[in-house]
Design a protein around this ligand. Structure first.
Ligand SMILES: [Zn+2]
Length: 48
């Protein structure tokens, strides 16, 4: 599963409502996050 951070257009590993692979909580500013089937573009530890 992947989740996109709309303001930056970066796609992270994870699901909306949980934490991304790199540790960001998608419940904070939840309107910024959408579930996606795009490939992950975040290069941080845990997502890449
Ligand atoms: Zn990430």
């Amino acid at each position: 599963m992947a989740v996109e951070h709309k303001p930056t257009a970066v796609v992270h590993r994870g699901t909306k409502g949980g934490k991304t692979g790199c540790g960001t909580d998608t419940r904070e500013h939840s309107s910024h996050w959408v579930s996606t089937s795009k490939s992950i573009t975040c290069g941080k530890n845990g997502c890449s």
